[in-house]
Design a protein around this ligand. Structure first.
Ligand code: UTP
Length: 270
């Protein structure tokens, strides 16, 4: 059973400046909901019961959004605006928060979840990565594989050669529906080991925390999750699963516009 998940949301969003000076990327509107709402819904649909969101000082709007607004609710009730009260319903999940004081990298952000996770497998959802799938949500696809493999499973996507330098890229051997990972390289400048990039959905066994605690600064001077995965490979098998669905990167303006169109269309049909 994978019951817990972490959403790291403490990054600076530098690719989306200047708006991210005041509005966190996770709060970008997609239709009339902020981006992170869809990510939390994906967790709920994948059977996650408890979520830890890693935030920073400038991300209080995320806490506010997932909190009840007593005053507004009382106002709408007094006016008998039931349809509007319905819009205020929150996803049915327990949400906890922890602060990452400096954006030292994704590895550092996930490490902060050690106490929350304890001794169970857990999911990670990067809130700027969207996988639009008509069938099974991306995290759920990984959980299905975890149930069979009982090992960490990374979400993968085939990426164009010229884009590989922006991702963690794996080397591995196909093994039925999965790929047994042999190596992983963060943002390869040349000779990427394959065209399979790691995207922002993961299932980890708690053994990853041992690797995160021993992490040293890596590429870009940050504590890289990729480096911890590399150490994990030395302890236990790690698998990759090519996720089905279309992937969009919220930090890319073209992708953001596409996502905005998709979500607005969905909401106007509701
Ligand atoms: P990204 O590198 O894609 O996001 O990290 P970013 O750092 O916010 O944006 P850019 O690249 O500067 O434009 C992936 C996810 O990990 C979180 C980010 O908030 C994002 O959701 N993250 C990243 C942390 O929580 N802490 C970090 O130190 C780094």
């Amino acid at each position: 059973m994978v019951r817990k998940a972490i959403i790291p949301a403490a990054g600076y969003g530098t690719r989306s400046l200047p708006i991210t000076k005041a509005i966190p990327k996770e709060m970008f509107p997609l239709g009339l909901k902020p981006a992170i709402h869809y990510i939390v819904e994906e967790a709920v649909q994948s059977g996650i019961e408890q979520l830890l969101i890693v935030i920073s000082n400038s991300k209080h709007s995320i806490l506010d959004y997932f909190d009840h607004s007593m005053e507004l609710e009382a106002f709408l009730k007094s006016k008998n605006k039931q349809h509007m009260l319905k819009l205020l319903e929150l996803p049915n999940i327990d949400i906890f928060y922890i602060k990452q004081h400096h954006a030292n990298g994704l590895g550092d952000a996930i490490r902060l979840g050690k106490e929350f996770v304890g001794d169970e497998p857990f999911g990670v959802l990067l809130p700027d990565d969207f996988v639009i799938s008509n069938q099974t949500p991306a995290l759920s696809q990984l959980i299905e594989e975890y149930k069979k493999a009982k090992s960490s499973v990374l979400g993968l996507k085939q990426v164009k050669q010229e884009q590989l330098k922006n991702y963690g890229v794996i080397q591995g051997t196909p093994n039925s529906d999965l790929i047994e990972i042999e190596n992983i390289v963060e943002k390869p400048k040349q000779d990427p080991p394959s065209d399979l990039a790691v995207i922002g959905r993961y299932i980890f066994t708690p053994a990853i925390f041992q690797c995160l605690e021993e992490l040293k600064e890596g590429v870009d001077g940050e504590f890289q999750l990729t480096d911890a995965i590399k150490s994990l490979l030395e302890i236990e098998p790690v698998y990759g699963k090519i996720v089905s669905g279309d992937r969009y990167d919220l930090g890319n303006l073209g992708d953001y516009i596409e996502l905005m169109k998709i979500m607005s269309r969905e909401q106007s049909l509701e």
